[in-house]
Ligand binder design. Sequence first.
Ligand code: SF4
Length: 239
Amino acid sequence: MSAIPASLTAAGQDPAALVDACLAAYGDAAAIAFSGAEDVLVLEYARLSGRRFRVFCLDTGRLHPETYTYLAQVEQHFGIQIQYCFPDRTRVEAMVNAKGLFSFYREGHGECCGVRKVEPLRQQLATLRAWITGQRRDQSPTRTDVPPVHVDPVFSGLGGGPLIKVNPLAAVPQAEVWATIRAYGLPTNALHDQGYVSIGCAPCTRPLRPGEHERAARWWWEEGTKKECGLHAGNLRTS
Ligand code: SF4
């Protein structure tokens, strides 16, 4: 028997229906992972569902000041308290004191993302049975196959059980996301007005250049096929 509830499968690729079905099926055992970018639209679909919803954000300690300001605006707009997940202080200190503040430029982003993002996420997901992300297929070469709902191939959920991963915006093109954000009058991160499309940590994100794929502006010193920070490592192909 599939671990995915029939109600979620029946939602198809409809973003609002997917969010509603997930919240209905899992309640407080589901949470939205918010990155501080156009995934704010997922929060709006949660609000429109009329259901209670939880939101968490990975605070790596390296986010742009504009993102912190935006996170506070989003809390105010939706009347919610985002749950911030911080990295383990001892591990950050050991890494930075051994390798410096910018080791990812020399050694790749794997270790730093592992400490600052993946471990805090793993701990958060271990409290859940489902999580909702803002991933879209048109974001990068690593995301072209993102399904609207599946069993997370990387992380476990509550008690080590299966974790359902819902990507309500999977099939929604970027232009449609932005048109919907504007139609709903949602607050947006000021970095978007400075040419940023994908929003991540300050040292690892730059404004997008003409003709570039959205994720080209993340870890631009590395290969395009490796541009996942571990949060969505199941997207990476091994061949
Ligand atoms: S995006 Fe950059 S600064 Fe942020 S956790 Fe990854 S390597 Fe570290």
